[in-house]
Design a protein around this ligand. Sequence first.
Ligand SMILES: Cc1cc2nc3c(=O)[nH]c(=O)nc-3n(C[C@H](O)[C@H](O)[C@H](O)COP(=O)(O)OP(=O)(O)OC[C@H]3O[C@@H](n4cnc5c(N)ncnc54)[C@H](O)[C@@H]3O)c2cc1C
Length: 176
Amino acid sequence: MSENPLEPLLKTLDSISRCVQTHLSRVFVAPQNASPKPTLLRPLLSFSPTPVAPDSTTSPIKEKKAAPLTKEELGRATWTLLHSIAAQMAIISRLYPCKECADHFKEVLKANPVQAGSQAEFSQWLCHVHNVVNRSLGKVIFPCQRVNARWGKLDCKDRSCDLEGTVDIKTLTSHT
Ligand SMILES: Cc1cc2nc3c(=O)[nH]c(=O)nc-3n(C[C@H](O)[C@H](O)[C@H](O)COP(=O)(O)OP(=O)(O)OC[C@H]3O[C@@H](n4cnc5c(N)ncnc54)[C@H](O)[C@@H]3O)c2cc1C
């Protein structure tokens, strides 16, 4: 392993950041003509049958899409990805494009080596290290016994996000 496990993404950040920002803003904002009720926002990983029309007016949504990600938005989206992967596939990228966060998380990883002998163990480990970050930021500690209730399933129509078959983590990690 390289000294900084986050370095590969820092190197490629420049080329992927524009793409990530575009896609994250599409994932987390409602279509323009949708109700502003949060419950009607498009769910993560679901696709609208009608494409979202490009912005033609100056609107808060357009301004938001054009703005760079904040540290909070990046963190929220990344935790969502990490916990979803931990619950569904048991494989994780240790890459993170925020230097302050990456430096801190490197120390967290040193003190809490990855435990990935099984999907359940990996989910619990990720919950624990997320709580280490939560604690350092003065956030509420998440009860790790509820991690599957929070992250175990994706909200996709007709179970279209369900993975086919089973994945053996040892097979996956032997290729990394
Ligand atoms: C690897 C990493 C390192 C980071 N380091 C820093 C840093 O050094 N400084 C900094 O300012 N920000 C850092 N961040 C960002 C920070 O952790 C938050 O993501 C950000 O502040 C937004 O917080 P939030 O309150 O929306 O909830 P988040 O912490 O983003 O959590 C998102 C959701 O996950 C669920 N959740 C919360 N805790 C757990 C848990 N333990 N297990 C399972 N689910 C949980 C909750 O439902 C929560 O709403 C880091 C993010 C990541 C991914």
